[in-house]
Design a binder for this molecule. Structure first.
Ligand code: DX5
Ligand code: ZN
Length: 218
């Protein structure tokens, strides 16, 4: 079963609570929360107080995607705020192994994120240590961008690698995901689809989640 993770970045910032309720009603599996620091990516988004507020309103697992420099400084803040899954960028982590261990020591699921041009081989040593890989299918920093087609091949190669190594690591894909590519992504071997615009840019986000789930789980 491919899981659906609505990305709150695309929701109306003044109506985050509505977006959370819609995700819950539609049976979303995770809530994806994008954290941007204005350094690793050009923009700013949410902080720990938003994560804590969302935590108080839902029992859905919170999937916190840290697009930040110096991730070790932020991991405890978001863990404390109620994140369940925490992912950090390979490109931002100087001491990746230590930071992954830190996330796990706080009782959270640890993920590593790769930008579209970062070689998969960078995962070699860390793959057995993590619960999920988040493959960016756009360059991070903004919602509503176009899916980069070469992501399909990256997902398939990573899936083959995980299977061949008999590892229990999930693949999540983020950026430009929608009804036009959900089925193919499922065939590639994706376990979790993140979608922002395809859900909250739609007039009926609840129906959009349902359609996405159906497309990914025919
Ligand atoms: C992009 C973020 C994504 C974003 C996806 O930097 O990491 O999670 O919300 O938005 P869509 O689905 O609109 O591309
Ligand atoms: Zn994200």
């Amino acid at each position: 079963m491919v899981r659906i993770a609505p990305s709150l970045l695309a929701a109306d910032a003044a109506r985050i609570e509505t977006a959370v309720e819609q995700a819950v009603t539609a049976g979303a599996d995770l809530l994806h929360v994008d954290i941007m620091d204005g350094h690793f990516v050009p923009s700013l988004s949410f902080g720990p107080s938003l994560v804590a507020a969302v935590r108080r309103r839902t029992a859905l697992p919170l999937d916190v995607h840290l697009m930040v420099r110096r991730p070790a400084d932020f991991i405890p803040l978001f863990a404390e705020a109620g994140a369940d899954w925490i992912s950090i960028h390979l490109e931002a982590a100087v001491h990746l192994h230590r930071e992954v261990a830190f996330i796990k020591s706080l009782g959270k699921k640890a993920g590593v994120v790769l930008n579209p041009a970062t070689p998969l081989s960078g995962l070699e040593e860390i793959l057995p240590e993590i619960e999920f890989v988040l493959l960016m299918s756009v360059n991070p920093g903004y919602g509503g961008q176009t899916f980069i087609p070469s992501s399909h091949l990256r997902i398939k190669r990573l899936k083959d690698w995980i299977r061949a190594s008999k590892l229990d690591v999930l693949i999540e894909v983020d950026g430009g995901v929608g009804l036009d590519n959900a089925a193919e992504l499922a065939r590639d071997g994706v376990d979790i689809l993140v979608a922002g615009n395809a859900i909250f840019g739609s007039p009926d986000p609840i129906a959009a989640i349902g359609r996405l789930r159906k497309a990914a789980n025919p």
